[in-house]
Write a protein that binds this ligand. Sequence first.
Ligand code: HSE
Length: 438
Amino acid sequence: MNAEDSIKVGIAGLGTVGSGTVNVIRRNAREISSRIGRPLQIAHIGARRDNPACDTSDIRVSRDIFAVANDPEIDILVELIGGTDTARELVLTAIHNGKHIVTANKALIAEHGNEIFHAAHDKGVDVAFEAAVAGGIPILKALGEGLAANHINWVAGIINGTGNFILTEMREKGREFEDVLREAQALGYAEADPAFDVNGTDAAHKLTILASIAFGIPLQFSKVYTEGIERITPEDVLAAEQLGYRIKHLGIAKDTGRGIELRVHPTLIPRDVLLASVNGVMNAVMVDGDAVGPTLYYGAGAGDEPTGSAVVADIIELGRELTADHDERVPYLGFRADAMAATPVLPIEDVFCSFYIRLHVQDRTGVLADITRILTEHSISIEAMFQKDVGEDELVPIVMLTHQVSERDLNDALEKISALPAVVEPDTMRIRVEMLDA
Ligand code: HSE
């Protein structure tokens, strides 16, 4: 290909991100071609239906997405259909046809990335997926390239915009969970199956990718411990505030020296850390490196043009690299495939954390003494505790913050506490606490 030839892009999927991608390429065509050094042309779109949010009148459109993957004219296939089965087949077909791949599909990379990179390596093509994690924030590039000098200690982030939007609206406006979720769906933030946003699956996909790039380990989605935000109540949101904390749904990947922690769960974080002020659909990722110390990356985590921004950046990068020797490019996960570490991912029982615990008990003499005795027997020390005044015959809420304890010991203690006759089960709540200090 000579420098005057345009780079021919094929886009599969014309939903929220697809239309944002088309609009960004059209609007910024001049700057984009100046950055690549040759024009960029959307030569073929595969979509089941048109999207009035973007103009495709001068672009070839097929109803069969595989027509794009098999189009000999296309240099780069942009996969924006979501899901795993058809997306995997589409991407492998395009790779087989010698096309480079750009995808925003976190589920695809987290679950099938090892296979896809292998196939891409064999064909000498690239796979870029910046848009798969934290929407418009260029966190993968920051982690894999900008911080490449560091040993990464930990990564912690708000990496699902829909979930953060729900928690923010619940806290600030006292809105109902379901009502906010419907709004997030209408705004195009939520996944096709919004359960993925709420139950932590989407964040776990993104954390899988972050951890591989941070620690040089293979993608291991099945090893992420995942808890959703479904059980968080307005009562917990308020109690956390009273203790000086805020509840955020975090993805955490930590190198403990004994192994890697990979976990997604609601987390109490101090109200005065920057992450606590990340509200609405915004995402933010903190990365702590041994040389650089703590760093923070903030921006829109979902939406048409923010995600389109990351997709187009990947297209530009591949456009620049199209003439470079394949082995000289940045590896798919930042580390070379033959130099991946075998560091184990720790089971959640081996993770140490502080905990917020909230129980409801019957107002009987000695209940509190029984609870503290059980905690003491498990060497769990309490940092703060409060008991709310309620009317006669009402259940009494007790809120506690523990010091660091292993998940295994906490589970044992909570099982015994829950068995006390005065403790009301099954509504006992426990939320992990992270101070996020370097
Ligand atoms: N459903 C995702 C979110 C979209 O809300 O963050 C971006 O990955």
